[in-house]
Every structure is written in C-alpha cells, then in structure tokens.
Design a protein around this ligand. Structure first.
Ligand SMILES: NC(=O)c1ccc[n+]([C@@H]2O[C@H](COP(=O)([O-])OP(=O)(O)OC[C@H]3O[C@@H](n4cnc5c(N)ncnc54)[C@H](OP(=O)(O)O)[C@@H]3O)[C@@H](O)[C@H]2O)c1
Length: 288
C-alpha cells in the first residue's frame, strides 16, 4: 500500500474504504470486516453516517494491529462549537472502541467551524487525534481557514468530491498551496451520469482488460490523490483494490481529463444551495 506524507509528519494510505449509506449495523460490520480482510487499512466513517459502532465492532473483530490501521471520522455540523466538538469526538472514540483517531475532519464548511477547528487542535495536542482536517471546503473556505485560524495550524487533509466528471484541479492546487492534501470522496460519483457505462472509460478499461471502476481508481492513484471508495459487495471490494497490476499511459490520462464537466454530480457547496441543503440535513439528522 502506498502512503502520502501529510503536513504534520503522519502518512495516509492512498486507498481508503468508505462507509457512507451503510446504516444497517449488521451489514456494515460484515462489509467493513470484508474490507479489512481484503487489505484496506483506511476506514472512513462519520458521526452523521450513524455507523461508528458497527465500524468499531468490525475493527475490534478483525484483529488487525492498531498501528496498521488509519481510521477517519468526521464531526457533524450540529456538534460544532469548542466544547461540543470535544465531547462529540470523545463519543466517536467510544463508539469506535479506539484510544485515538488517525484523522478527524470537520464534515462541512458551515456554521461555527472555527471553534470546532480549535477543538480539533486541542484534541490533537492531547494525543486523541493524530491528524486534523476538513471536508467540502471549497477554495475560498480552505484559504480562509488556513489564513485566519488563530493557532496557524494547517489542516492536513481536505476531503472533497473528485471523480472524472468533477476533477477539481483548481481546488487541488489551492489545497496544495496551503500544504493540505486533497482526498477524494465519491470517486465513482456514486454511479451517477452512467459513469460505469461511459464510452471513454469503457474503451480504456477494455484496452487494459480491467473494469471501469479500476480505471477510475487507477487514474486517482496515478495522480497520488488519496481516495475513499465504497462497495457493499465482496467481489467489488476486492476488485477496487486490484488496481496495481497495470499502468495508465499519457493518452489514457488525457482521455479521462476530457471527461471533466467541472461540476459536482451532487450539489455545489459554494452556492446558496450548499448551506441550505446542509441545514435541512442537520434538522433531519437531529431528529434521528
Ligand atoms: N466528506 C463527504 O462529504 C463525503 C461525501 C460522500 C462520500 N464520502 C466518503 O467517500 C466514500 C465513497 O463515496 P460514495 O460511497 O459516496 O460513492 P462511490 O464510492 O463513488 O460509489 C459507490 C457506489 O459505487 C458502487 N460500486 C462500488 N464499486 C463498484 C464496482 N467495482 N463496480 C460497479 N459499481 C461499484 C457501489 O455499489 P455497491 O455497494 O452495490 O457495490 C455504490 O453504489 C463514502 O463511502 C464516504 O466514506 C464523503
């Protein structure tokens, strides 16, 4: 497994396993156990995925040595605020049955993220978190946080949507300018825009005798972009790891570049729709 060095000296695996939308605890535990057995070492969860307990059970049952694992969770917007964030991360640690987290991200760039960030800095100093970061911070927000956070501690990671339809070259370079590693979520755009039937991706896949999924992940790997990929199916969990026995050539990379629509397949966090939609989710999730 290849790792990328973070600005705090820690390292993150390039390949990560995501657990979004795995709310059934029995299924989630089984799938995460399968992922760990297949060889994934980065597991990505979040307070708002309502599956930290199931992920924790899988980690414990897997018996993979703790130092081999890289466990990420994300603080949900409702838990922003200095004291609230500290309490919520301690709760996440309990649910995950861990003494420390490798990475904690602020899930969204809205509400009181400054105080939440200050809490992450504190928790990192306490040794409860190895690396701290953010998610969905568009270029203006990441620049804002990097330039104005009081402690002048840069986030190590910004987890953002990156896939062939939304390649985010500008965002990635703005993050790099501040020493922040951009990690991809939804590398398959969750299957939207018929990504698995895309003719350009299919022809590259046929040429290499690989699947479209493997081409997309290899494209990220080739660029040293860490990613989190999710599947609930054993064969696909393994397929998505099996991306190192071939190389994409310049012509393939160029063809994939041409697929960029420069537009999110979900919604634009930097438009008014962003905070409005997240506010709705905050209300819905608070009722759970
Ligand atoms: N920070 C954030 O705001 C944020 C937002 C979204 C996601 N994330 C993280 O990023 C992770 C990945 O993103 P995602 O889960 O949204 O979407 P994704 O990984 O882009 O796509 C997952 C979808 O692709 C299918 N799939 C997986 N492997 C496949 C294969 N080899 N062939 C065909 N279909 C395949 C899965 O179906 P099956 O399960 O049926 O295989 C599932 O429907 C998440 O799980 C989460 O950890 C973070």
């Amino acid at each position: 497994m290849k790792y990328i060095k973070l600005n705090d000296g820690n390292k993150i695996p390039l390949i990560g396993f995501g657990t979004f939308q795995m709310t059934d605890s029995v299924q989630c535990e089984k799938v995460v156990l399968e992922a760990l057995a297949a060889g994934y070492r980065l597991i990505d969860t979040a307070q708002s995925y309502f599956n930290e307990e199931a992920v924790g059970n899988a980690i414990t049952k897997s018996q993979v040595p703790r130092e081999e694992l890289f466990i990420t969770t994300k603080v949900w917007v409702d838990n922003y605020g200095y004291e609230k964030t500290i309490a919520s991360v301690k709760e996440s640690l309990k649910k995950l049955q861990l003494d420390y987290l490798d990475l904690v991200l602020l899930h969204q760039p809205f509400a009181n993220y400054y105080e939440a960030y200050r809490a992450l800095v504190f928790l990192q100093k306490q040794g409860l978190i190895k690396s701290i970061g953010v998610s969905n911070f568009y270029p203006d927000r990441i620049a804002d946080l990097c330039l104005f956070n009081e402690e002048q501690i840069m986030p190590a990671v910004n987890q953002i949507e990156i896939n062939p339809f939304f390649q985010q070259q500008t965002a990635i370079s703005v993050n790099h300018k501040y020493g922040v590693i951009a990690q991809a979520w939804a590398p398959f755009a969750e299957g939207r825009n018929n990504i698995f039937d895309n003719s350009v991706l299919k022809s590259i896949a046929d040429k290499h005798q690989k699947s479209v999924a493997q081409i997309i992940l290899r494209w990220l790997y080739h660029q040293d972009i860490p990613f989190c990929v999710k599947s609930s199916k054993k064969e696909r969990i393994r397929e998505n790891l099996n991306i190192l026995d071939f190389e994409l050539v310049a012509e393939d990379m160029l063809a994939i570049t041409s697929l960029n629509l420069d537009k999110s397949s979900f919604f634009d966090h930097s438009s008014v729709e962003g905070p409005e939609l997240i506010k709705k989710l905050v209300v819905q999730r608070a009722a759970k």
